[in-house]
Ligand binder design. Structure first.
Ligand SMILES: Cc1cc2nc3c(=O)[nH]c(=O)nc-3n(C[C@H](O)[C@H](O)[C@H](O)COP(=O)(O)OP(=O)(O)OC[C@H]3O[C@@H](n4cnc5c(N)ncnc54)[C@H](O)[C@@H]3O)c2cc1C
Length: 424
């Protein structure tokens, strides 16, 4: 039997929870269901795998801008909620593990001679002047719109260039050389400003809690959408929990995921170009709970393996990024897992821990794109500038839906505009 709601929100990540909460405030009498394939809300920011009990999922930190938006969202909530109740930590320190030695500095000062020294040694610090010189030309506006490949006059094999590549990957730029220098600066500034980690599933639940208690929002977890079609002014969804129907459909998941069940004909043209013409990235993640806490910086890079490590108490999360398409090729994933395992051995050796723990957990997480920073990605995203794709019965929201290279900007704008556009 088909269950009917006024609005179906497809995806229980941050954007799904926020828009469901806002839609409830706009339409207090209407029924809303959030459809989420996983057992917990939180999406890509989710920190734990319920079954493994480990910190096995992705990105999990947000920047200052999104943090403030969430803070405001919670303050405006009828229960007058406080974001500080969900805050786990602010990431501040950044370390690098090179030649068995762990150095430590701050995220804010990472793009500097000192940061380069800890990542690639004294030689990198010595020729960091080349980077400084290039950056000062950028500041004077001389090379702003050039890709790095043109702006950088030195050799790409120089220690400072290598250190820069490692750092910028961390800032969300997978290929520094095709990135426009102005965008690179903006990314450095954005990442260095702040990294907030909250209890995302709890925070998402809090946003919708009151409406859930009133019976106005239903959360359908472990329910995967397989297909959607529009018939007689209603959306019909085939899901693993049975058929669902609604007047309005909100797509609050990445376009690469949504394209699997919402056919192209329903997508506004420039929007469908995102999943068709751009290539997202995936993360291979190795999580492990140690039997004791170790004191390490909030973020550690291991340049030799091209791996990043995030620490949360006694739980470590080793992450390697791979191109989305290579996640379909088993040997590429196996290579990434080997890098993660070597990185793990190196890090634990620095702490004299050699024990093999039985509770390691490996996850392959399609994290979507790392935002449009290459020229071709910018071209696709620029088609969205000023383009109105939200429709009264079909809304798209999340970090990829917009022309900004900052996911938080797209998320905030698409949620606000989407909520205003709904007519039910
Ligand atoms: C490389 C990278 C780096 C990033 N770095 C940052 C950062 O530093 N700071 C920042 O603020 N943001 C960052 N982001 C963005 C951030 O992860 C997202 O903006 C945030 O998690 C909100 O995502 P969302 O709610 O739109 O989607 P998601 O969190 O992906 O939620 C979508 C939900 O839909 C569910 N779902 C998918 N398919 C189905 C289906 N068929 N049926 C039912 N449910 C389904 C998923 O399980 C998921 O829970 C980054 C993103 C990327 C890709």
């Amino acid at each position: 039997m088909t269950t009917s709601y006024d609005i179906l929100v497809a995806g229980g990540g941050l954007s799904g929870a926020i828009i469901a909460g806002r839609l409830h405030e706009r339409f207090p009498d209407k029924t809303i269901a959030i459809v989420e394939k996983e057992p917990l809300l939180g999406g890509r920011l989710r920190t734990t795998d319920q079954n493994a009990g480990l910190w096995s999922y992705g990105l999990n930190a947000i920047n200052e801008n999104l943090y403030e938006f969430l803070d405001q969202t919670l303050k405006n909530h009828p229960d007058n909620l406080e974001i500080s109740s969900y805050l786990i930590r602010k990431r501040v320190t950044l370390g690098a593990l090179s030649a068995g030695k762990l150095s430590s500095g701050t995220i804010a000062d990472s793009f500097s001679e000192q940061g380069a020294r800890s990542i690639a040694g004294a030689a990198a610090a010595k020729d960091w002047t080349n980077i400084d010189e290039m950056m000062s030309k950028i500041e004077e506006g001389k090379r702003n719109d050039q890709p790095m490949a043109q702006a950088w006059k030195g050799t790409r094999k120089s220690p400072a260039a290598i250190a820069t590549e490692h750092l910028t990957r961390l800032y969300g730029v997978p290929d520094i050389w095709s990135c426009n220098v102005m965008d690179l600066q903006a990314k450095i500034k954005d990442y260095s400003s702040s990294q907030w980690v909250c209890d995302w599933p709890k925070l998402c639940e809090a946003i919708i809690k009151r409406a859930v208690e009133l019976g106005k929002i239903t959360v359908l977890t472990e329910t995967e959408i397989a297909e959607a079609e529009e018939k007689d002014g209603h959306w019909q969804l085939a899901t693993t929990g049975g058929p669902l129907q609604s007047k309005v459909l909100v797509v609050s998941q990445s376009p690469w995921d949504a394209l699997r069940w919402l056919s192209k004909e329903h997508w506004p043209n420039p929007l469908v170009n995102l999943p068709v013409k751009t290539k997202p990235v995936s993360a291979v993640i190795l999580s492990e709970t140690l039997d004791k806490e170790i004191e390490i910086p909030d973020v550690v890079v291991i340049p030799a393996e091209n791996v990043q490590v995030y620490a949360e108490g006694s739980i470590l999360s080793f992450q390697a990024t791979v191109n989305y398409e290579s996640t379909l090729v088993a040997p590429d994933v196996v290579k990434a897992i080997r890098r993660l395992k070597r990185a793990r051995t190196k890090l634990l050796a620095a702490f004299d821990i050699s024990k093999e723990f039985g509770n390691q957990h490996i996850a392959l997480q399609p994290v979507a794109w790392s935002q449009p920073v290459t020229a071709s990605e910018r071209r696709v995203a620029s088609k969205l500038s000023g383009y109105k794709w939200q429709a009264a019965k079909l809304i798209f929201c999340g970090d990829a839906y917009g022309d900004s290279m900052f996911g938080d900007v797209n998320l905030i704008n698409s949620v606000i505009e989407g909520c205003q556009k709904v007519s039910v």
